[in-house]
Ligand binder design. Structure first.
Ligand code: ADP
Ligand code: MG
Length: 242
């Protein structure tokens, strides 16, 4: 069963065509790393998948919702598709626990006890049980990013999108965040993640998509794509990042 299905998706900003006909399907349980140069359209692709951007052409079905249909339920889509960005955007005046509970109570209208139970489980899952009552500014960047992941997981999404979530972190904090993703991959969470961590992509992702100038330039099993790039563009990209 594919959870994400794009057919000939075109995205333009004004006259600037940023996605030039993307066809892609992602199966349930797949971990897909999206790589490519800055400006190649990686973030736009992710943003189209959870309808933060509208597309101009093509069809897009995600988590059972036909996103490009006129009557698509975008709130339901965003409930099913969690997204974490480079900047974690936690509420500074709320504890870890309350940050994670907020949407459960406000959006899901969950009772406090039930929201607490889920929040505690998710915070423990990202290895921060002892920080439940800490405030964001008492945490490292890596810990804050793990809280952001916990907050997203609390909504029980069908899949997760991660856009360069370790790029703003000090190098020594990257590993703890990648370990959370690795664990999610092992549990079978369907994920698309934009990353510059090629070792991580090779060892954890099932599949790598190389974006180049708004197109999927290479797509295949991660080991194969990264060890044996077929195109000069991917060779040049890997030479520059490795
Ligand atoms: P990547 O994530 O691979 O660096 P992006 O998807 O962010 O690339 O951007 C792809 C192209 O789309 C870039 O040329 C960028 O300037 C352009 N772009 C992205 N978002 C917008 C926007 N909201 N308005 C206009 N142009 C945009
Ligand atoms: Mg980007």
């Amino acid at each position: 069963m594919s959870l994400v299905s794009l057919r000939n998706v075109v995205k333009r900003f004004g006259s600037h065509e940023v996605l030039k006909g993307i066809t892609l399907s992602i199966d349930e349980g797949e971990t897909v790393a999206v790589i490519g140069r800055s400006g190649s359209g990686k973030s736009t692709l992710l943003r189209c998948v959870n309808a933060l951007e509208t597309v101009q052409e093509g069809d897009l079905t995600v988590a059972g919702i036909e996103v490009t249909a006129a009557n698509a339920d975008l709130n339901l889509l965003r409930a099913r598709v969690g997204m974490v960005f480079q900047s974690y955007n936690l509420f500074p005046h709320l504890t870890v626990e309350r940050n994670v509970k907020l949407a459960l109570k406000r959006v899901r209208k969950m009772r406090d006890a039930e929201a607490s139970e889920i929040a505690h489980a998710m915070v423990a899952k990202v290895g921060l049980a002892e920080k439940l009552h800490a405030y964001p500014d008492e945490l490292s960047g890596g810990q804050q990013q793990r809280v952001a992941i916990a907050r997203s997981l609390a909504m029980q999404p069908s899949m997760m999108l991660f856009d360069e979530i370790t790029s703003a972190l000090d190098p020594e904090l990257v590993g703890e965040v990648l370990r959370v993703l690795e664990e999610l991959a092992r549990e079978g969470m369907t994920m698309m993640l934009v990353t510059h961590e090629m070792n991580f992509a090779r060892t954890v992702a099932d599949r790598v998509i190389f974006m180049h100038e708004g197109r999927i330039h290479e797509d295949g099993p991660s080991q194969e794509v990264l060890r044996n790039p077929r195109t000069p563009e991917l060779k040049a990209f890997l030479a520059a990042v490795l």
